[in-house]
Unconditional design. Structure first.
Length: 95
């Protein structure tokens, strides 16, 4: 007898939040030309935007690839930035 797995609607919802967070942050960074901040470890490599919570797409940590991998594998936490705050602080610098 073949056993079939039950469809888990929560998986679809989690993946949808994942997609929205990555798309939203990426578009926001490109559209407003927000400079990616350096990683806390001091690496010179370009940083990635890492989400701790996919339901908050504009709240990210800027991490180098090594720290980004550690954040996923070891559950390490890093300083979070709200992209909207970075945008407005940059705009106020020109006033």
């Amino acid at each position: 007898m073949i056993e079939y797995h039950q469809y888990d609607a929560s998986l679809n919802e989690r993946f949808s939040n994942y997609q929205k967070a990555h798309t939203g942050a990426g578009v926001f960074i490109k559209r407003w030309r927000i400079a990616r901040l350096a990683c806390e470890c001091g690496s010179a490599k370009p940083s990635d935007a890492h989400h701790h919570d996919y339901s908050r797409p504009y709240v990210v940590a800027f991490l180098c690839p090594r720290c980004h991998k550690d954040a996923h594998n070891k559950g390490l936490r890093y300083r979070l930035y709200d992209l909207r705050d970075l945008l407005f602080s940059d705009l106020l610098a020109f006033v």
